[in-house]
Design a protein around this ligand. Structure first.
Ligand SMILES: [Zn+2]
Ligand SMILES: [Zn+2]
Length: 272
C-alpha cells in the first residue's frame, strides 16, 4: 500500500530559494510574495534595478540579475548575515566530519539530510559542486537526470556510468531533497549561484560602504529640496535671497545645513 502524499514545494519567483507555502516573504532575498490562484508565488510589487534594468520584487535587498545590493539598511544585512552564519553552523554539525573533510573551502552546502534508513545512518548532502550519499558522489556537471519520486519516497540521480538511489522514510523529506538536487543542477548549468552563496559572501564591515551610499542618497535629496525651495521663493518674492537668509539663521541656531534645509522645507509644506 502506497501512501499518496502531495508535497508542494514552492520557489521564490525572485531568487529561486525554496520557501514554505504559508510564508509570504522570502527569507533569503526579502521578496514579498502573494500566492496566486494557480498555486505558485508571484511578486507583490515590482521594481526596476537602477543598475541593469532587471525586474525584481520591490522588497528584495539585492538585484537577482547583477547582484547589486539595493538596500541601505545595514541592520537588515547584518541580520541576514547572522542567519547565514547560523545556518552554516547547523550544517557543519549535521554532516559527519569525514564527509565535511571532502568539501572544498568555498563549497556551499545547500541541503543536508540525515536519518536512519533501513538500519543504517544515512547522510545525503547537496552542495553547489556535487551530490553526496555517504561514500558515493556525483559532481553536478555529470548528473544527467533526476528521476521522479518512486513510491513517493525514493529517487535516482543518473550519470553516464551509474545511478545513485536516494531513499527516505517519508515523501516530504524526499521531495525537499529532490528539489534541492534539481535546483543545484539547474544553478550549476546556468553557472548561477544560489542566493545563499551571495549572502555568505557579504562581508561584515561593509557598513562604511552602505553608509556612503545612504549619505549620497541623502545629499541628492537635499540638493533637490533646496532647488524646490529656491524656486518657490523665486516665484513668490522674485528672488531667493530670503530662503538663503532663513537657512543661514536656522544654521546659527545650531542646525547643520542639511537639517536647516529640511526644516525650512517642512515649514513650507514641501515635505512632511
Ligand atoms: Zn527570494
Ligand atoms: Zn541589476
Amino acid at each position: 500500500m502506497v501512501n499518496e502524499v502531495e508535497v508542494i514545494v514552492l520557489r521564490c519567483p525572485n531568487c529561486g530559494a525554496l520557501i514554505k507555502r504559508e510564508k509570504n516573504k522570502c527569507e533569503y532575498c526579502g521578496a514579498e510574495l502573494i500566492l496566486t490562484s494557480g498555486g505558485s508565488f508571484s511578486f507583490r510589487f515590482q521594481s526596476v534595478c537602477p543598475s541593469c534594468g532587471n525586474i525584481n520584487e520591490k522588497s528584495s535587498w539585492f538585484c537577482v540579475n547583477c547582484k547589486k545590493i539595493l538596500t541601505t539598511d545595514i541592520d537588515m544585512l547584518k541580520e541576514l548575515q547572522k542567519k547565514e552564519f547560523l545556518m552554516r553552523l547547523k550544517i557543519k554539525y549535521s554532516i559527519p566530519f569525514w564527509m565535511m573533510e571532502k568539501l572544498e573551502d568555498d563549497e556551499f552546502v545547500y541541503h543536508v539530510f540525515s536519518s536512519r534508513i533501513k538500519g543504517e545512518d544515512e547522510f545525503y548532502v547537496v552542495t553547489d559542486k556535487r551530490i553526496m550519499k555517504r561514500y558515493e558522489e556525483v559532481p553536478l556537471g555529470e548528473a544527467l537526470s533526476v528521476s521522479k519520486p518512486k513510491f513517493g519516497s525514493s529517487f535516482e540521480v543518473s550519470t553516464l556510468d551509474k545511478d545513485i538511489v536516494f531513499e527516505f522514510d517519508n515523501a516530504l523529506d524526499c521531495e525537499l531533497f529532490r528539489a534541492n538536487v534539481k535546483a543545484a543542477i539547474e544553478n550549476h548549468d546556468l553557472k548561477k549561484k544560489d542566493i545563499r552563496v551571495l549572502l555568505s559572501q557579504l562581508q561584515l564591515g561593509q557598513e562604511e560602504k552602505f553608509k556612503k551610499i545612504a549619505m549620497e542618497k541623502e545629499m541628492r535629496f537635499i540638493d533637490d529640496l533646496l532647488k524646490k525651495l529656491l524656486d518657490r521663493y523665486m516665484s513668490i518674492y522674485g528672488n531667493h535671497r530670503l530662503a538663503e537668509r532663513k537657512i543661514k539663521s536656522l544654521m546659527k541656531e545650531g542646525l547643520s545645513r542639511e537639517k536647516a534645509i529640511r526644516k525650512l522645507a517642512i515649514k513650507e509644506d514641501l515635505i512632511e
